[in-house]
Design a binder for this molecule. Structure first.
Ligand SMILES: N[C@H](CCC[C@H](N)C(=O)O)C(=O)O
Length: 279
């Protein structure tokens, strides 16, 4: 591989797509501008997020997992990316394990490659305290009300390592994602911006969901967004423990046993092609 070139793998988790870089067998040191260029769907490869696989020096994890949004921002967590991470390190022979502890900017997650090829991930315990989301509010509430784009909007706020606001809508197909998504993403109540989920409850075990992602816009799927939506539905008494989340790109299985418990996410991870990046 020549100087200024990087080998990459293009992957997706139910349509949420990624450029994955092996940062162990090659030196990956990208500027924000370079990430934006790679993520560009005309001038680059195109992806929602760029993922970097790194060695991790400590005992508690085998790898470090770094996540960059299409706008070049580095973020704390990515659920669909975590499943692709597991598939990548296993298929690339970087591990022979099928239970893989990985360190992220928001802490340890554990990836489990299932016999059927799907990946189950312990996404950690959701966080509701405003200062930990972060979200500016005098006190913690199940639902918050803010004026967004000229209308009063109710939403839940929760962190899955990354910040999420979840609104309940009657029909995701007609939800004002393009208006409320960016307006809430950049609302001053969220000092580090926020991912915005639009949830339609179909039953106590099934929801539809669209997500306007921080730093990437609306995606076909958002793993942490699916976790956040189920948690928001549960704390409002709308959902049971095991929920199928139907996103535009496909379905995820989410399980949450309640306060203080981790959220489990199960779904597919696909490799589409491999290539060489010229920086
Ligand atoms: N846009 C997110 C990161 C990617 C999350 C999403 N792709 C997922 O599958 O969880 C954020 O800024 O926190």
């Amino acid at each position: 591989m020549a100087a200024g070139e990087l080998l990459f793998t293009k992957m997706h988790g139910i349509g949420n797509d990624f450029v994955v870089l092996d940062g162990i067998n090659q030196v990956v040191n990208l500027s924000s501008a370079q990430v934006q260029r790679i993520a560009d769907r005309h001038f680059g490869v195109g992806c929602d997020q760029l993922l970097v696989v790194e060695a991790y020096p400590g005992e508690e994890a085998d790898f470090r997992y770094r996540i960059f949004n299409a706008d070049g921002s580095e973020v704390e967590q990515c659920g669909n990316g975590a499943r692709c991470f597991a598939r990548f390190v296993y298929d690339q022979g970087l591990t022979q394990k099928t239970t893989i502890p990985v360190m992220t900017a928001s802490g340890l997650i554990v990836l489990n490659i299932q016999p059927n090829g799907q990946v189950m991930v312990n996404m950690g315990v959701p966080e509701f305290s405003p200062e930990r989301i972060p979200f500016i509010s005098e006190r913690q509430q199940t639902l918050y009300n803010r004026e967004i784009a000229g209308e009063w909007v109710s939403f839940s706020a929760v962190s899955m390592g990354n910040p999420h606001a979840v609104l309940q809508v009657t029909d995701v197909d007609t939800a004002p994602v393009g208006v409320l998504g960016p307006a809430l993403e950049h609302h001053p109540s969220f000092p580090r911006r926020v991912n915005v989920g639009f949830m339609q409850v179909l039953g106590r075990d099934r929801i539809r969901l669209r997500v306007f992602e921080r730093g990437s816009g609306e995606t076909l799927a958002c793993g942490t967004g699916a976790c956040a939506a189920v948690v928001a539905g549960c704390i409002q008494g709308l959902l049971d423990t095991q929920v199928t989340v139907a996103l535009p790109g496909g379905d995820l299985q989410i399980r949450w046993d309640g306060e203080g418990q981790p959220v489990w996410m199960t779904g597919p991870a696909e490799t589409v092609f491999r290539g060489t990046l010229r920086l």
